[in-house]
Design a protein around this ligand. Structure first.
Ligand SMILES: NC(=O)c1ccc[n+]([C@@H]2O[C@H](COP(=O)([O-])OP(=O)(O)OC[C@H]3O[C@@H](n4cnc5c(N)ncnc54)[C@H](O)[C@@H]3O)[C@@H](O)[C@H]2O)c1
Length: 359
């Protein structure tokens, strides 16, 4: 029971480098990385060099790790299009799986993944790491405790001035990423909203998606570009949303949002407003929140709480390891993320069809 969990890490790119490997190092008393796997061998090899006591072997074919009975769990940290196939292979090989967000690019396939996890009796957690953010946890508890009264509307903005990643590469190619700013940033915001609302269920969804700022890739001006290494403006593709807007009705609150990877407004705005009849809150994405209410004397209050925000990826990985040992279905077990997958899928369908979808 207390033995270290033996894992394989499939995909050694940015989220592996910046998020999960540092978390594994911090949780080294609970985990051993038997395999670091990447199609590009040097990327996996780099992990072995950076974490010599932690990473044991380097491979390029994930099926080698699935064939090893010692491996109990795998981390699927590949681009979106590969989530479904690798996760399904891993579950069928009786491994527990942590799969990065989004589950996959299609709701029906996400449901198949959930069904396979059930059939195999294995944990399948999804990397919606914001559910482990301390502020998000506090807001969810405050809502359950009735501090907001009735939350009737939530608005969120995930807009940036110039932030299209890897223009012309995988991030801006629909066949690989499944979408643009909505699937990359929006899913984090919308998932944590459904979570804080207490598992809100969709009633109607309407959305418009735009590809405006780099439709002529060569004329897109910018200051810096993350994922620059994948930029390919000569022969690459840019067919995803760089601006998205939508309106969602749920059985709890309505939700409206705007998201931009790039826009001709020079402000970055990353926040979520929860509007309740007793209280409201503005959450700075990834940071703290301010709570607005009035006390029994009718005095208006604006409260900022002081607390540290622990590393959310380390918290989600620790929760996954606990779930592997206990079998517990946590708040990021796939069944609890399917409504977010349905939302993502239906927002894109609504944008394509230019009409509202009803459930
Ligand atoms: N939770 C978060 O906050 C967060 C943040 C960033 C990215 N992500 C998600 O993480 C995933 C990866 O994103 P990234 O930015 O790290 O991408 P990336 O391109 O930097 O890394 C992906 C790696 O996977 C490798 N790969 C692809 N197919 C493979 C296969 N079949 N076998 C082995 N390796 C394979 C690639 O060679 C690459 O090195 C995406 O799904 C993304 O949505 C989540």
């Amino acid at each position: 029971m207390n033995e270290k969990i033996c894992i394989a890490v499939i995909g050694c790119g940015r989220i592996a480098t910046n998020g999960h490997f540092p978390a594994f190092a911090a949780l080294a008393d609970r985990v051993r990385v038997k395999y670091a796997c990447d199609l590009i061998r040097s990327k996996a090899e780099q992990k072995r060099q950076e974490y010599p006591g932690l990473v044991e072997q380097v491979i390029t074919d994930y099926k080698e790790a699935l064939a090893d009975p010692e491996v109990e769990a795998v981390f699927v940290l590949t681009p979106n299009y590969a989530h479904y196939v690798i996760t399904m292979d891993a579950l069928r090989a009786k491994k527990h799986v942590f799969c990065e967000k989004p589950i996959t690019v299609n709701y029906a396939l996400s449901c198949e993944m959930a069904e396979e996890a059930r059939k195999q009796g294995r944990i399948l957690n999804i990397g919606v790491c914001n559910r482990y953010n301390k502020s998000v946890e506090m807001l969810e508890q405050m809502n359950r405790a009735g501090k907001f009264g009735n939350i009737y509307h939530v608005y969120c903005s995930f807009r940036s001035y110039r932030c299209i990643p890897g223009l012309g590469g995988a991030f801006t190619t629909k066949a690989e990423a499944g979408g643009g700013v909505l699937i990359d940033w929006g899913i984090h915001f919308l998932d944590l909203i459904l979570y804080i609302l207490g598992g809100a269920k969709l009633k109607t969804v309407t959305c418009d998606a735009y590809n405006e700022m780099a439709k002529d890739m060569k004329s897109y001006s910018y200051l810096s570009m993350w994922a620059e290494d994948t930029a390919n403006i000569e022969t690459g593709t840019n067919d995803v949303d760089d601006f998205i807007t939508g309106y969602i009705r749920t059985d709890k609150a309505s939700i409206s949002f705007n998201g931009a990877w790039a826009q001709n407004i020079g402000e970055d705005e990353m926040f979520i407003d929860f509007l309740g009849d007793k209280g409201g809150a503005r959450l700075s994405y990834g940071g703290h929140f301010t709570f607005y209410t009035s006390n029994e004397d009718g005095v208006l209050e604006k409260i900022n709480y002081s607390y540290n925000i622990p590393n959310q990826i380390q918290c989600e990985d620790a929760a996954f390891f606990t779930a592997v040992r206990t079998g517990e279905h946590t708040k990021t077990y796939i069944d609890n993320i399917l409504e977010s997958a349905k939302l993502l899928d239906s927002l894109y369908r609504s944008a394509e069809q230019k009409s509202e979808l009803k459930f």
